[in-house]
Design a protein around this ligand. Structure first.
Ligand code: NAI
Ligand code: CS2
Length: 508
């Protein structure tokens, strides 16, 4: 017989080691909407909100909305929004059922269900984790990509939008017409200056829509920036089975994360604000130093390890970190090249932050696949690698190690092309473009780099034209496409700068 499913009725009978919501869920009122109920939201913002509800401070429940797959009705919906959040640190497991999501809404086929929620007067805070590419912006500039197919569609059909910027602009228009209450739109995605990018893409829509919308947004909507942190890999069937075996019930919405968590939010709100600062979040005037630290150190390390890890034949981050060469490479990259680009962050010692970040990446219970982190690299490398490179170049600093990581992204996509034997499957908005370049050019790394650096949506032209940067990327790509990519990484890690620029032998 299959195990009983998680439900409100089961809460009273859960094993004692599973922590339960410490408040009356029936008393909650929808107050916060979240777009993009994926693994991360369930393990981060929803947990902070659960902590806040347990303090009996407010009665704000979350309404979760997905405008893209997966459907929520069959998992969270069937469980009345309940799910199990596992914290895993090597052999330790800590289980907790989170109760802060009071309703879920699938709005994949039409924006109407999402708009109903977002335009309602009950909702005064809208958070989102819609992945980096969900903002439909140009990574190198942060502006709305007017050629994006969803944006072309939404500008032509503003009342039936399908993109995040289009849906938010329409929701704000409905709020203005129906009830006029202010609202905060809080991006929790790992894009640089996420408040500014979200505001750019929504305001561009509003300006094109005309009427009073842009002025209303100016007066009634806040777009704070936020830095969010907790490593949360995609949930696997094994995770769901593990909950059943260990605790005796079936939960289709399990999520697994590490113990560490952080949320730094810009103190710029419109309307009511959940007091997440009472449960560990920090409200600050300027998120930028926190954002740079996190994206350049932790995310920079993850991205670097993902590309070099795949090229070296490793499956997960923790296995890649167990390789002494790759661990040494990433530590040197962060310490020698990334750290000097950072401005001081109150209360955080940069070298200690590097060590803490690297140590988080060795957690054997966090099975974060290199291919998952490598996904959508074109949307990630600007903030994680290219911006620190630009800062280094401006001060005359060495960029040899950061450049290998950028070349890693190129090699990863090139090796997925037909000409290179489709080494693995990739998912990146620029994958087809880079595969076409690889198919046309073949193995000439200088020609490959010339064509790839010409993609100005990723590489800003001034950086792409920098001779030092080009030379390092050409050397890096040559080395990583050679028969011995790890040998090349070893040479770079050991050798002086000019030796790093020498072209190694390449595979045919
Ligand atoms: P996930 O794959 O579990 O969920 C992705 C969510 O985004 C889904 O709800 C999906 O419907 C939605 N989505 C995808 N493409 C969209 C689009 N074009 N428009 C609107 N919605 C879209 O991924 P997960 O782990 O929840 O991560 C999501 C984002 O959260 C990341 O891309 C990152 O920016 C941020 N984040 C993730 C962390 C993690 O460790 N998983 C940690 C810190 C931030
Ligand atoms: C990861 C991040 O998938 C990825 O790109 O690098 O989502 C990472 O796990 C989080 O930012 C950690 O907070």
């Amino acid at each position: 017989m299959s195990a009983e499913k998680l439900s409100p009725a089961l809460l009273g009978r859960l094993p004692s080691e599973v922590r339960k919501p410490a408040y009356d869920r029936a008393a909650l009122k929808p107050g916060i909407a979240h777009i993009g109920v994926g693994a991360f939201h369930r393990c981060h913002q929803a947990e902070y909100t659960d902590d806040l509800l347990a303090k009996d401070f407010d009665r704000w429940g979350l309404v979760g909305i997905n405008i893209r797959p997966p459907l929520l009705a069959g998992t969270l919906g069937r469980q009345s929004g309940l799910y199990t959040r596992l914290i895993r640190q090597n052999d330790e497991v800590e289980a907790r059922v989170i109760g802060s999501i009071v309703r879920v809404v699938d709005s994949q086929d039409s924006a109407a269900p999402a708009l109903d929620v977002l335009a309602s007067a009950d909702i005064q805070m809208v958070t989102m984790t819609v992945t980096e590419k969900g903002y439909c912006h140009i990574p190198s500039s942060g502006a709305l990509d007017l050629d994006h197919p969803d944006i072309v569609h939404d500008l032509a059909n503003p009342e039936t939008p399908r993109s995040v910027p289009g849906i938010l602009a329409r929701a704000l228009e409905l709020r203005m017409a129906r009830q006029g209450r202010p609202v905060t739109l809080l991006s929790c995605d790992n894009i640089p200056a996420n408040g500014i990018i979200l505001s750019n893409v929504v305001r561009t829509f509003a300006e094109r829509r005309g009427g009073k919308l842009a002025d209303w947004i100016e007066a009634n909507v806040a777009f704070p920036a936020a830095m969010v942190d907790r490593i949360v890999p995609a949930t696997t069937e094994a995770d769901i089975d593990a909950v059943e075996q260990r605790f005796g019930y079936r939960d289709g919405a399990v999520v697994v994360g590490e113990r560490f968590r952080q949320w730094v939010i810009e103190n710029r709100f419109a309307g009511r604000v959940p007091r997440w600062d009472l449960v560990g979040a920090t409200f600050v005037d300027d998120v930028t130093p926190f954002e740079h630290l996190k994206m350049r150190v932790l995310n920079g390390a993850q991205t670097t390890l993902s590309y070099l890890g795949v090229l070296g034949g490793f499956e997960h981050t923790f296995e890649t970190m167990a390789n002494p060469l790759l661990a040494r490479f990433v530590r040197r990259m962060l310490t020698e090249e990334t750290l000097p680009t950072l401005t001081p962050v109150p209360g955080i010692q940069p070298a200690a932050y590097v060590e803490q970040s690297l140590s988080r990446l060795t957690n054997t219970a966090i099975r974060h696949r290199n291919h998952q982190i490598a996904t959508d690299g074109s949307q990630k490398i600007v903030q994680r690698l290219l911006n620190p490179i630009r800062d280094r170049l401006a001060k005359g600093g060495d960029i040899a190690l950061l450049s290998v990581a950028v070349a890693g992204w190129m090699a990863y996509l090139i090796k997925a092309s037909a000409r290179f034997g489709r080494a693995w499957q990739v998912s990146d908005p620029f994958a087809d473009k880079i595969a076409a370049i690889a198919d046309r050019i073949g193995t000439d790394s200088k020609a490959l780099v010339d064509s790839i650096l010409a993609i100005d949506a990723i590489f800003d032209p001034a950086l792409a034209a920098n001779a030092t940067f080009r030379a390092h990327i050409i050397a890096g790509l040559g080395g990583l496409l050679s028969n011995d990519p790890m040998g090349f990484v070893g040479q770079v890690c050991a050798g002086p700068t000019d030796a790093r620029l020498k072209q190694p032998t390449r595979s045919a």
